[in-house]
Design a protein around this ligand. Structure first.
Ligand SMILES: Nc1nc2c(ncn2[C@@H]2O[C@H](COP(=O)(O)OP(=O)(O)OP(=O)(O)O)[C@@H](O)[C@H]2O)c(=O)[nH]1
Ligand SMILES: [Zn+2]
Length: 348
């Protein structure tokens, strides 16, 4: 398994260690597209192959970025390897179920601009999500060349979110600035870009990989300017790593991020343990250590409020999923036929 080509896929010991001697004849693959009952996958030679699922696999349990072992003679995936990280989101609609967006991402580039798009609450939500997914959050502040105020102000505000957050201000149209991102984009590394519309994700993606994220173009120019056909959602970066851009990546909502939120706001969760009542809501209760910290100027009241909102959002989303799971298949069928009838009425 020391084939140097394998490392090009982003393969590392985490995955090599999972292979049993009986699996030595199988080929490491990386999923680049997941369909209903088959997948597209990248081989160590970076060819895209179509593979069937093995009997016990369910497409909804697979994600772009997953590593798998392929039985190439049978044209079938033999096994999906345990992931290093996974990003989930709440699917749209009333039947909200957690949907896998991408797996094995090392760094999440949380993108916002040095202008009115900058919003601590939104950044915190993405950082909590990155922590939950076990990826490293890096905040990219674009449009530094047109900053409303100075880029340094935005850098300070972004880094104040958590000691875990590294922030970098760039002009996404400047190649020297883009080069400062390559540290996270080398061989063996996988990244993804999240952030609001118009903040510069496509601009960054295009410069890092040559891929046109905005159009989902699958024809890319390699370093020598030749056209190469690659996968739709996995883009090889010039620095050697992979950029994953799945349709769901652009509109992530929180789901089951309780642990990520608790880690991001560990100052508050630490304080909480000193409240007199174990179910303290930190409002007007006597002996509330959180409110005491606010009064003493040790905790920012706005930050407390953002933590409250984030927790409420996570709880609401997670509840919907638990409920949906309980209702199971039967509900899903009823819902689908109801939606079909609704669409029929609207003439779609
Ligand atoms: N001056 C300047 N313009 C930028 C910068 N980053 C992006 N832009 C411009 O902002 C516009 C939007 O950038 P996109 O890369 O399309 O933004 P996006 O995040 O991909 O947007 P969606 O595709 O809607 O999600 C484009 O006109 C870019 O050229 C920057 O750092 N400086
Ligand atoms: Zn309290």
């Amino acid at each position: 398994m020391n084939d140097p080509d394998v490392t090009l896929l982003g393969w590392s010991d985490t995955f090599a260690d999972q292979i049993t001697p009986e699996e030595a004849g199988l080929v490491p693959l990386r999923l680049s597209e997941v369909r209903r009952n088959r997948v597209m996958a990248l081989t160590p030679a970076l060819d895209v192959v179509e593979m069937a699922l093995s009997g016990d696999m369910v497409a909804t349990d697979l994600a772009v970025g997953d590593f798998a072992l392929g039985d190439m003679d049978a044209g079938r995936l033999a096994r999906v390897l345990e992931r290093r990280s996974v990003i989930r989101r709440r699917a749209a609609g009333a039947t909200a179920a957690a949907q896998l967006i991408a797996a094995n991402i090392d760094t999440l580039f949380i993108t916002t601009s040095c202008n009115a798009d900058f919003n601590e609450a939104r950044l915190e939500r993405y950082v909590a999500l990155a922590i939950e997914a076990e990826t490293t959050p890096v905040v990219i502040l674009t449009k530094a060349d047109k900053a409303l105020g100075t880029p340094a102000e935005y850098l300070a505000r972004a880094e104040a979110i958590s000691p875990r957050v590294e922030a970098i201000a760039i002009n996404a149209k400047d190649l020297d600035d883009i080069a400062r991102l390559e540290h996270w984009c080398g061989t063996g590394q996988t990244i993804a870009l999240v952030g609001s519309s118009g903040v510069g994700k496509s601009t960054i993606g295009k410069r890092l990989s040559g891929a046109d994220l905005a159009t989902g173009d699958i024809r890319e120019d390699d370093a020598k300017g030749r056209h190469t056909t690659t996968a739709r959602s996995m883009h090889r970066m010039h620095a050697g790593g992979w950029l994953i851009d799945t349709p769901g990546m652009r509109e992530l909502a929180l789901v089951d991020t309780a642990a990520g939120i608790a880690t991001l706001f560990e100052d508050i969760t630490d304080l909480e343990t000193d409240c007199k009542f174990s179910d303290c809501k930190h409002q007007t209760e006597p002996g509330c250590a959180v409110q005491a910290a606010v009064r003493a100027g040790r905790l920012n009241a706005e930050r407390l409020e953002r933590w409250r909102k984030l927790k409420a959002e996570d709880a609401a989303n997670s509840e919907t999923i638990a409920e949906t799971r309980q209702r199971g298949r039967k509900f899903s069928k009823t819902y689908k036929s109801a939606m079909k009838a609704k669409r029929g009425k609207r003439g779609e």
